[in-house]
Design a protein around this ligand. Structure first.
Ligand SMILES: CC(=O)SCCNC(=O)CCNC(=O)[C@H](O)C(C)(C)COP(=O)(O)OP(=O)(O)OC[C@H]1O[C@@H](n2cnc3c(N)ncnc32)[C@H](O)[C@@H]1OP(=O)(O)O
Ligand SMILES: N[C@@H](CCO)C(=O)O
Length: 353
């Protein structure tokens, strides 16, 4: 069974913006056992509304008999800094004021998040990570981290994500934040501020996470209804309400802005130069129907990262295909590892000759 832990960092933590946090905690989950060589570590970075419970949202990848079998691997995932599943975020109490941060929580970047993860990694004395894997926002964080610590991460698996967030993606996020701003409760300092706006934000987001074909396949009206209670309508409402029950508008706001500022080339001489510095053997995975992180973004990464691999998931599910297309994801990763083994065997044979 996965086990849950908490890492406490008690020193001042300075963010890219220059703002500080007076320490933080990260909730994290581990699964499997670290081997004697400490060479079997897989680190997972979760998406926007995910948690450290990767066996919950990526259930088909982790478990006995699955791709990452805990008898073979040691898997770890931390809830993002700023998150709401156990890590320090806007609902946490600021030790300096003894009040929840709420609107006062400082804006983070993905680099801040991975700098926090890196403190946890060091605390656990994990000097090498066999595979760093993440999807969507988690893919952005994984890329940043692999660039921050090029000698730690041996392999990067970057799924349905990008090197720099696009104007299209930022526009989607801003539209969602506009919905939160429209909620009068957003002006208050309360735990549920903006929760009605959050529902609308999630409904808007669903249009970018799915595809025309996803809705056509699952939300088609059975008859020629003239009522206003269309299936697709109640689906949007349900998705908004479902998220508002398990998330909060502050964290949504914060992480969507972290996503907007994602730019792996920032202060590294631009994207091409930054990607050329990546040492991890990399696999870039896209979903053919993804309208939010279109496949051109993963192809760009593949073209600019030396010796990288690319896999395209075929799905009608859109961007969220990376959370549901388990057989294809398993195949992509298995092929990636097998290809590496084949190349190693070839070079070994050449040396023998
Ligand atoms: C503690 C935690 O929860 S951790 C966080 C877990 N989540 C994550 O990590 C984020 C990643 N996961 C996700 O984004 C999603 O769960 C996905 C993409 C994997 C799957 O999305 P889902 O919303 O479950 O799938 P789908 O689009 O098929 O919708 C199913 C839901 O819509 C409801 N639904 C479907 N059609 C309709 C309709 N016409 N009207 C109203 N409701 C509808 C279903 O009853 C179901 O509801 P339920 O989830 O409350 O049981
Ligand atoms: N469906 C994902 C968002 C897109 O990656 C989530 O809720 O985290």
């Amino acid at each position: 069974m996965p086990t849950h832990h908490v890492f406490e960092y008690k020193n001042t933590f300075t963010l890219e913006s220059g703002a500080t946090l007076p320490g933080f905690q990260l909730a994290y989950t581990t699964f499997g056992t670290l081997n004697a060589q400490r060479s079997n570590v897989v680190w997972v970075c979760h998406a926007l509304t995910g948690s450290a419970d990767f066996t919950d949202w990526w259930c088909e990848l982790f478990g006995e008999g699955k791709l990452y079998d805990p008898r073979e691997w040691f898997v770890i995932c931390a809830n993002t800094l700023g998150g709401c599943y156990g890590s320090t975020g806007p609902l946490s109490v600021n030790p300096e004021t003894q009040q929840p941060y709420y609107h006062a929580f400082p804006q983070l970047t993905n680099r801040d998040v991975v700098a926090a993860f890196d403190l946890l990694r060091k605390d656990l004395e994990l000097e090498r990570v066999h595979t760093l894997i993440g999807g969507s926002l988690g893919g952005q964080q994984a890329l940043e981290w692999a660039l921050l610590q090029p000698d730690v991460f041996e392999r990067l698996i970057h799924v349905a994500s990008n090197a720099r967030h696009s104007p299209w993606g930022i526009a989607f996020n801003e539209t969602q934040r506009m919905a939160i701003r429209q909620d009068p409760s957003w002006a208050t300092d309360t735990e549920t501020a903006g929760s009605e706006g959050l529902k609308t934000a999630r409904a808007i987001a669903m249009l970018s996470y799915r595809h025309y074909n996803t809705y056509a396949a699952t939300q088609q009206e059975p008859g020629n209804s003239i009522t206003d209670n269309f299936r697709a309508s109640s689906y949007q409402v349900h998705q908004g309400e479902k998220l508002a029950k398990r998330f909060n508008a502050y964290t949504y706001w914060l992480l969507s802005k972290a996503m907007d500022s994602h730019h792996a080339g920032r202060d590294r001489g631009g994207l091409e130069k930054a990607l050329a510095q990546l040492k991890a053997k990399s696999l870039f995975v896209g979903v053919n129907s993804d309208v939010l992180f279109p496949v051109e973004e993963q192809r760009f990464l593949h073209e600019h990262v030396a010796h990288s691999s690319f896999y395209l998931i075929q799905s009608d599910y859109g961007h969220d295909g990376f959370l549901v297309e388990f057989p294809q994801l398993t195949e992509a990763i298995t092929n990636f590892y097998e290809e590496e083994e084949r190349l190693e065997e070839l070079s070994f044979e050449r040396e023998e000759r």
